[in-house]
Each structure stands twice: as C-alpha cells, then as structure tokens.
Write a protein of this length. Structure first.
Length: 343
C-alpha cells in the first residue's frame, strides 16, 4: 500500500477527524511531539496490505450482522471466540441449524444478539450504543501533585495490541523512558501481526517478560512514574497491583487504565466493535452501516490516552485516567450523520 492509498483511507474518515486533530494538537503543544494522523491511524493497514472494509472489518474478524430490528457487530477476534460460535447459535435459538451466525442473528433483536455474545465473552456491540454514556477520559485524583520533566518520567507499560502501546510510544517520543512488561504465558497478540508495525510501536522501549502468576509486579512498578494498562481492574488487583495505592505512594504519579467501556464495566472490546459502539461507522448507499478504517477505536484511544497522560503530568499528576475505547470513538462520531464511502 503506497502513501497515496494511505491518504485514500484517510479520506474515508476525514469528516470525523476534527476532535482527534484537536487532541493531537494539544499533545503537541504539551510535549513538542507532532502526531502524524495518517500514519497513526493506518500504518498497520498499510504494512499488512489490508483492503478497505465493508460489513466485515479490515482484519476480517469483526462482522456487522443484520438483526430483526437493526444491526449488531460481533467480533470473533480470538480462537476461543470462534470455538464459542456453536454455543452462541444455541443461545440465539438455532442449536441444530447449519446456516450460521448471520442467519441466526436475523431472527433476534440486535440487543439480544449482543447480549448472547457477551455472555460467552465475545466482544459485540450495537451501533451507537455508547454515545453519550461517558466522557472519553475520566480523571480521578488519588495522589499528590509533583511536576517533573518528561525526560525524568519512567513508564511501565502492561498493555498489549495497539491503544496502550501507542500511548506509550507517543510519551516515549516526548522523552519518557518506557519499559514494556509482557506475560510469559500470554505474549502480546500484536506480535502475530506485521513485524514492522510491532517494531514501530515499541521502538526504543525496554522489554521485560515475566510470569505474572509469580507476582512481584509491585516491584516492577516501584520506581515507575506512569503505569499504562488495559486489563480489567480485578485482574490486576489479584496480582497485587492497585491503581489507588500506586498513586498515593508517591507524588506526581499517573495511572492510565484503558478499557472498552470504563473500569466499572467488565465488558471486553476490541478496536472494531468499540468503534461500532461509539457510532464511528460509515453508511452504504442503502443507509446501512459499514466499518470505517482499521480498528479505529484503537489508535484513536491511544492518542486520547497520550494527551491525557501528558496533560496530567504537566499539571503534577496524582491521577487515575480512565480511558474508554467506545467513548473515544463516540467523541469522534456525529450521531446525526454518517459517511458514505466512495464506490
């Protein structure tokens, strides 16, 4: 994919980009680091040679399915999700029918389809269902303020895939030192994608592989100023990490928690279904939804999270930053209009 094709992908999302461009400019004002939005949003698609999406996402895992009363996005992103499809068919009332998920979803409401998927741990969303639900970033203070130069900031990044690592990359470009911590038993899924994209996200970062089951994560973050994570809060608490305690232990710290729908919600999400939940979709000539870009909620969230962290650090930190992927997508989406992609 050449650069002119990359910018063609940009054309499809241009009507939505003003809020993201504002956030990117704010990050640049805070750090001096420019954010190249075409590269940020579409480098993965470029390196992987992905095609523009329709009702199947660019990476092929998420599907917009017509329900009895609308549409539902179901993301079969992991092998376990594919294995759970027969159980989902049974939940939707089609236990013995071979025609597949698309036909089964047509017989139920969009909410019923999404709730059935969620019961099985499959990421799914009704288009626009997250609009107005919460701010993109919610900040809570648990520690005292202390300002420090970005070059003195040490970041421990427990996140994987795209949004969290992009946040860490941008802060690293601003001068912070980044340590990526990876599970020995569950390595970052982004490693299975385009190697050049993984290198781009983590260029210049230190890497530590640990067995999370053995604990000692509190020792890893002992000298950190910023933690970035994209886990369910209860999962980290079981491992001995609590955001509130981390922030209270030393002035100026920041904790960036990236979730699909908020820290109080255990619902999982990936970039494509979170985009749909936020209403960040296009429309075909019939007015039916289609995917825009490549898992847009991921890079959008990464930019929002980096700006929020840079803002908090500039003001002295002490904050837990709750960053919702679906809410970040909703901030870009205009519920009154859609984008009709070029034919």
């Amino acid at each position: 994919m050449e650069n002119h094709v990359l910018h063609d992908w940009m054309d499809s999302v241009e009507p939505f980009l003003d809020p993201l461009a504002d956030v990117a400019r704010s990050f640049t004002d805070l750090t001096g680091v420019p954010v190249d939005l075409p590269t940020t949003l579409f480098l993965r698609a470029q390196l992987a040679g992905l095609e523009r999406p329709g009702r199947t996402s660019a990476n092929g895992s998420c599907h917009l399915l017509q329900a009895a009363d609308g549409w539902a996005a179901v993301n079969l992103a992991r092998p376990d999700d594919l294995a759970a499809v027969p159980a989902l068919l049974a939940l939707l009332g089609s236990p013995d029918e071979p025609e597949g998920l698309r036909t089964a979803v047509r017989r139920v409401t969009a909410v019923e389809a999404v709730e059935g998927a969620r019961l099985l741990g499959i990421a799914a969303a009704v288009p626009g269902s997250a609009q107005g639900a919460r701010p993109a970033v919610h900040a809570e203070r648990f520690g005292e303020r202390r300002t420090r130069a970005m070059a003195e900031i040490r970041i421990v990044d427990f996140s994987a895939l795209w949004a969290g690592p992009l946040c860490a990359r941008l802060l690293g470009l601003a001068g912070a030192r980044v340590l990526k911590v990876e599970s020995a038993t569950r390595p970052d899924g982004a490693r299975s994608g385009a190697p050049a994209f993984y290198r781009w996200l983590h260029d210049g970062h230190d890497n530590l592989v640990v067995d999370f089951a053995l604990g000692a994560l509190d020792e890893i973050v002992a000298e950190a100023d910023v933690v970035i994570e994209a886990s369910r809060p209860r999962a980290l608490r079981r491992l001995g990490l609590r955001a509130e305690e981390f922030l209270a232990a030393r002035p100026g710290r920041v904790w960036v928690g990236i979730t699909g729908y908020g820290r109080e919600n255990d619902r999982i999400a990936f970039g494509d279904d979170a985009s749909v939940a936020g209403g960040l979709t296009g429309y075909d000539p019939n007015g039916d939804p289609v995917f825009l870009g490549d898992a847009l909620a991921d890079p959008v969230t990464g930019v929002f999270a980096a700006q929020a962290a840079a803002r908090s650090l500039a003001e002295g930190g002490g904050e837990l930053l709750c960053v919702s992927m679906a809410a970040c997508a909703a901030t870009l989406a205009d519920p009154r209009t859609g984008v009709q992609p070029p034919c």
